[in-house]
Design a protein around this ligand. Structure first.
Ligand SMILES: [Ca+2]
Length: 274
């Protein structure tokens, strides 16, 4: 066989193989699932977790809750509205107010976080954060911030402040200077109306204003890694004369997650059902 004859033979065999393989490939393609690996994959849907109520505790119906913190067996609570704003120390089991400081009537108190031996309270649009001694509620100092202050929590190094947008601000706790920001988003884009905050085992929980949802936010990227759906948490019989869900506290040692709302009669201990 000449060299040319070998080449022709090889090409002919290859052609037959291609002809045979053609229909075979088409057949296999038709059987493949619609979203095969060859297609660009859509953004993954963020998981939505349900909740289970573990226990219920009484809550002051006159508390327009803006911030809730757990520490050493009690709640610390910030309540809003002009002329009604307060800082409170509250017994969990009974809802009894153990200590109360009334905030000046020109301030609408907002988010609350602990830092060291102090409690730090925001005042919505007035750009003033007030630090109190946690034991005595005596004012220790004031900080200035720009923009609105809604929710407040902390990491190991920073305070984390929401302002109703999709941006969380990381603040230097000794000066309130803005260190960086976190853009919170899920697969649909920015997640706005972030309100009360709580750090829960390294994840920032943020309840979304006027909804029954809590976004679970990765603190390094701002990505919402899960949604906690609290729909139906407040029984229908308790929904009169209440405002929205607002208030998240976490007992790290007891692994207890607490949520409540503005003027709600109840603080719920809830479990995330995964
Ligand atoms: Ca909180």
């Amino acid at each position: 066989m000449t060299r040319n004859a070998i080449v022709v033979t090889v090409l002919a065999v290859a052609g037959v193989v291609v002809l045979m393989a053609g229909p075979l490939r088409l057949g296999r393609g038709a059987e493949a699932p619609p979203d095969s690996a060859a297609q660009p994959s859509p953004a993954r849907a963020t998981p939505v977790y349900q909740h289970r109520v573990v226990r219920s505790y009484p809550h002051d119906r006159k508390a327009f809750t803006q911030g809730l913190v757990y520490r050493d067996g009690v709640f610390y609570e910030s309540t809003g509205l002009y002329g009604e704003s307060s800082l409170r120390k509250v017994a969990i089991e009974t809802g009894e107010v153990l200590r109360r400081h009334d905030v000046e009537a020109r301030y609408f108190a907002e988010g609350l976080s602990e830092w060291g031996e102090t409690l730090v309270q925001l005042t919505w649009t007035t750009g003033v954060a007030i630090a109190y001694d946690r034991e005595t509620f005596n004012e220790v100092r004031r900080f200035a911030y720009t923009g609105e202050g809604w929710g407040l929590t902390r990491t190991d190094r920073h305070l984390v402040m929401s302002d109703g947008s999709a941006t969380l601000k990381l603040l230097d706790p000794s000066t309130f200077a803005q260190v960086s920001t976190l853009q919170v988003r899920d697969e649909h884009g920015p997640v706005t109306a972030l309100n009360e905050l709580e750090m829960v085992r390294g994840v920032i929980f943020a309840n979304v204003w006027q909804s029954y949802r809590i976004a679970m936010i990765a603190p390094d990227s701002g990505t919402v890694t899960g949604w906690l759906d609290l729909t139906g948490l407040l029984p229908a019989s308790e929904r009169s004369r209440v405002d929205v869900l607002n208030g998240i506290a976490y007992d790290e040692r007891g692994d207890r997650l607490f949520v409540t709302g503005k003027w709600w009669p109840t603080v719920f201990q809830v479990e995330v059902v995964r």
